[in-house]
Design a protein around this ligand. Structure first.
Ligand SMILES: [Mg+2]
Length: 108
């Protein structure tokens, strides 16, 4: 391959601050994933030894962390708040259409 075949992005690369924020966003997504798998494996109200909170509370903490980082990303335009807001009802409709399980606790 010669240099004329190499793809060089015309896009602006994230600066150091943006790159760190994206790294933290990735970390928080992973922490949410980890806590969600603990709920699946050990139950919603299981409390791990030497932990004060159950799995639902610990998942909630990580979701809060994630939302805080998402907010910071929106503040520096790494995430478009308008797109996020528009996407919420779209995803809710998709869930209603494609989820195979019914919410037995839903209030009608
Ligand atoms: Mg966290």
């Amino acid at each position: 391959m010669n240099n004329t075949d190499k793809f060089v992005t015309p896009g602006r690369m994230p600066n150091a601050f943006e790159a760190e924020l994206l790294t933290i966003l990735i970390e928080e997504c992973a922490e949410v994933q980890q806590r969600a798998t603990k709920v699946l494996r050990f139950g919603v109200d299981e409390i791990q030894p030497e932990q004060p909170h159950d799995n639902t509370q610990r998942l909630s903490v990580e979701v809060g962390d994630l939302l805080a980082v998402v907010d910071e990303c929106m503040n520096v335009n790494l995430i478009d708040e308008i797109v996020v807001t528009e996407q919420v009802p779209i995803k809710i409709q998709k869930l209603a259409k494609f989820m195979q399980q019914e919410n037995k606790n839903a209030q009608t």
